[in-house]
Design a protein around this ligand. Structure first.
Ligand SMILES: Nc1ncnc2c1ncn2[C@@H]1O[C@H](COP(=O)(O)OP(=O)(O)OP(=O)(O)O)[C@@H](O)[C@H]1O
Ligand SMILES: [Mg+2]
Length: 342
């Protein structure tokens, strides 16, 4: 059982990628969260790091002010500042981290450095119903696809990882082939609702492999070949291609996560990260969990993608355990979850 501390007011900041976000968590409750997404990357088909960090610099102060105003929070109410320091785009991380350091220093309150992927795991604690430890986490986002056994805060066993693309990357690359803009995950999700998922049988890579690892580049290449061999399909059968691709990805993600939970004899499963907002992924997990007597948890879609509410939650949990960071804390572009020291 993880208890949420009720005696702190945490201001949190998230700038690891292309969302500038701030939140206030007070008395164990989320008081505000503000998320500003940088939609101008759409026209480049992916994130341009230099433009991302400049946009964070422009928006960080108004976003923090808005979060504090919405929460009716004064600077003197704040008991700690939590911030994402890894992993992510270096220029983006530095904007949030330096702002957080300045804020913490000026208020003379602790700074709590938070690992972005670890925060995705604890995004489930923002909801009413919580999983019990140990649980199995499917972390599925733009940069990660991991199956992890979570034994406690800071105690993770990585059971499976992607050998090539992350699932979100596959959604985005297939979306690009279909001319859907960036990020394509939410658009594919919407189109798939009106398509036939059995229209094309795309491969389910590694579904029956005994490991818990994933591979998504094969599905992506299959879509590429299909579109090359059927040049009219992207216009005539757009919803069917979207549904068939999504079905293949969901089959693998759900199949392998449930197998891990079953093998480890763990009853509680969570799905977090941007791709966990996918409606088919959620409904399949919910349906199979009921059938097979697992309990399934996922945050509301707003907290699946990048947000500062999850940073505040993990910040609060870490602070309650006496874990805070020196003002010399560095931004780091890559820190595998398995390397987090508890
Ligand atoms: N409904 C959806 N269905 C499928 N994919 C989705 C959906 N909503 C968002 N995504 C995908 O989620 C990804 C973004 O997730 P998130 O914001 O957690 O990733 P990130 O921060 O870029 O990566 P990471 O968390 O690994 O650093 C994108 O690839 C996007 O296409
Ligand atoms: Mg993320």
């Amino acid at each position: 059982m993880i208890a949420i501390p009720t005696d702190q007011t945490i201001l949190s900041i998230e700038t690891s990628c292309d969302e500038t976000s701030a939140a206030v968590l007070s008395g164990g409750e989320l008081r505000s969260v503000v998320i500003s997404s940088q939609h101008f990357h759409d026209e480049f088909g992916g994130i341009v790091p230099e433009l991302a960090s400049r946009a964070h610099m422009r928006s960080i102060l108004p976003i923090v002010e808005e979060a504090m105003t919405k929460a009716a929070c004064k600077p003197t109410d704040i008991s700690a500042v939590a911030v994402t320091h890894a992993p992510g785009l270096m220029g983006s991380l530095l904007v949030g981290l330096n702002f957080a350091k300045g804020f913490a220093l000026s208020l003379n309150v602790p700074l709590v450095g938070v690992h972005h992927i670890e925060a995705h795991i604890f995004s489930v604690m923002l909801e009413q119903e919580h999983p019990k430890l140990p649980f199995i986490a499917l972390i599925v986002s733009g940069g990660h696809t991991l199956v992890v056994q979570v034994n406690d805060i800071g105690k993770y066993e990585v059971l499976g990882n992607t050998l090539d693309d992350a699932a979100g990357e596959a959604f985005d690359k297939v979306g690009k082939m279909l001319g859907l803009g960036y990020p394509a995950g939410p658009v594919i999700d919407k189109l798939a609702k009106n398509g036939n998922p059995d229209f094309v049988q795309f491969p389910r890579p590694m579904l029956h492999d005994p490991s818990y690892d994933f591979s998504f580049s094969g599905i992506k290449t299959s879509v590429l070949y299909y579109l090359r061999d059927h040049p009219d399909a992207a216009s005539d059968n757009l919803t069917d291609i979207a549904a068939s691709f999504q079905r293949a990805v969901v089959d693998v993600l759900v199949g392998k996560t449930l197998r891990a939970a079953s093998d480890m004899e763990i009853s509680d499963i969570i799905a977090v990260g941007g791709v966990s907002a996918n409606s088919e992924l959620r409904s399949r997990f919910a349906e199979l969990s009921t059938q097979k007597h697992f309990r399934f948890f996922s945050p509301r879609p707003l907290f699946s993608t990048d947000n500062a509410a999850m940073i505040a939650m993990l910040g609060a949990l870490k602070l309650a355990r006496g874990s805070f960071s020196p003002l010399t804390l560095r931004a780091e572009a890559r820190v595998p979850l398995a390397d987090i020291l508890s």
